[in-house]
Design a protein around this ligand. Structure first.
Ligand code: ATP
Ligand code: MG
Length: 406
């Protein structure tokens, strides 16, 4: 093993550069997005050491303050922060060609050891730099060709693109760029209340809306003893897993037991699920208002089950006066599963536990319900009293990406 090279390489200061995505397009609001993103990165950074995190020239710099910083951990975390389209580690060098070439010689060989082809892309935001971008590219290309055995230039489809950026303060060298989580920074779009079941769809729906900038708060309905403690634990675990992307989720839990028993005893069986959904939406709306959430979020997908036909959704929507976001509405199961794997919730979602929606299910659920008929059934119950009683059962658990996240 070539120890000298490893030691040299380790001595090169590195930063993590995070490229903004859509955020750069946001005109006058741009500052809010930038500050939401920087704040979130700062919160996420704290288990990995002390970093300077700041925004400059449409990039967020994540700069370790000392050697104790865990750059691998920070890099992995940055990839899960919404609002960032590209993440890369870059070597920092002084802004002169000698230093850039020296650093390139030490830093790039290990990064390119598995590449067959490369190209160099040079960018100068400092136009006073003595070399032009093509000249920088040529010089660095020469360094790579002489220090990486067997590698060739391919300007059209290279295995790896080496980027040299000459910026106001320093020059930065990196090999390749990884995709970031995309979307808009968490909390830049307000707060939404996710109706979280133990299924595949609702955790995906929550993550998709977090990707559009919503801070996620969750509400789970249980129906003990018809649903078990373990079913609820599964939901809590899902919320915990969602924190990889959503950072922090308060999970409110409300018991529907008495409401479900009343529906079972007093209403027409064909409407059981729809009536239950009306109660769920009403309780969710009350919870959303109490916790300042501007929208409800569900994992519904058009036509997936009887309660998700166009007519059934009309019934559900009639029970709330705030917007309902259903990001899975146009996705099929395969697409939702792909998202669930991406967000890391799939394996937990498929654990076999019952949901309150699956107790007392009708044998012949209405797929084309008439709103007036459903409401006539609901009227058989003491709605206000049941709502009060159910809402009073609410308690809250908080899930965090790591202990201490604020
Ligand atoms: P999921 O896979 O998310 O469970 P699903 O296809 O099983 O969805 P339904 O059971 O009809 O669909 O539920 C539709 C949506 O209603 C869910 O995506 C979720 O947002 C909400 N929901 C269902 N059950 C509950 C529950 N027990 N607590 C909170 N929300 C729920
Ligand atoms: Mg479900």
């Amino acid at each position: 093993m070539d120890l000298t090279r490893r030691i040299d390489e380790a001595a090169i200061p590195e930063v993590i550069l995070c490229k903004f995505g859509e955020v750069v397009l946001k005109g006058a609001n741009r500052q809010n997005f930038e500050s939401a993103l920087v704040k979130e990165l700062r919160r996420r950074a704290s288990p990995f050491g002390e970093f300077n995190i700041y925004f400059k020239q449409s990039t967020v710099y994540v700069e370790p303050r000392n050697e104790a910083c865990d750059m691998d951990g920070m890099y992995a975390a940055a990839k899960r922060v919404f609002g960032i389209v590209g993440v890369n580690r870059a070597a920092v060098c002084e802004k002169n060609m000698d230093s850039i070439m020296e650093v390139a010689k030490k830093y790039l060989p290990s990064k390119l050891s598995r590449a067959r082809t490369f190209k160099v892309d040079a960018k100068r935001s400092d136009k006073k730099f003595p070399l032009t971008s093509p000249e920088i590219s040529r010089e660095i290309g020469g360094v790579v060709l002489s220090s990486v055995r067997g590698i060739k230039v391919d300007v059209h489809e290279p295995d790896v693109t080496v980027t040299v950026e000459v910026r106001d303060d320093n020059a930065y060298i990196r090999a390749g760029q990884e995709k970031g989580a995309g979307g808009l920074p968490l909390r830049s779009a307000g707060r939404g209340l996710l109706l979280l079941s133990g299924g595949i769809d609702s955790p995906v729906a929550g993550c998709m809306m977090a990707k559009r900038g919503l801070e996620i708060e969750a509400l789970h309905f249980e129906s003990f003893p018809y649903t078990s403690e373990r079913a609820k634990e599964k939901v809590m675990q899902l919320a915990q897993e969602m924190c990889e992307f959503c950072s922090k989720i308060h999970v409110h839990v409300i018991s529907l037991t008495h409401i479900q028993e009343e529906i079972r005893d007093k209403c027409n069986e064909d409407y059981f699920t729809l009536i239950l959904r009306i109660f769920m939406m009403r309780l969710a709306t009350r919870c959303a208002k109490e916790y300042k959430c501007g929208a409800l979020i569900t994992g519904e997908s058009l036509g997936q089950v009887a309660s998700q036909t166009l007519k059934a959704i009309e019934v559900t929507d009639s029970a709330t006066d705030i917007p309902v976001f259903r990001p899975c509405i146009g996705l099929d199961k395969e697409e939702i599963v792909r998202e669930a794997r991406h967000y890391g919730t799939f394996d937990t979602s498929i654990l076999p536990f019952e949901d309150c929606c699956t107790v007392f299910t009708p044998r012949h659920p209405k797929t084309q319900p008439k709103l007036e008929e459903v409401l006539r059934e609901v009227e058989k119950l003491d709605i206000e009293a049941l709502m009060e009683e159910a809402y009073a059962t609410m308690y809250t658990e908080t899930k965090l990406i790591y202990e201490g996240y604020r």
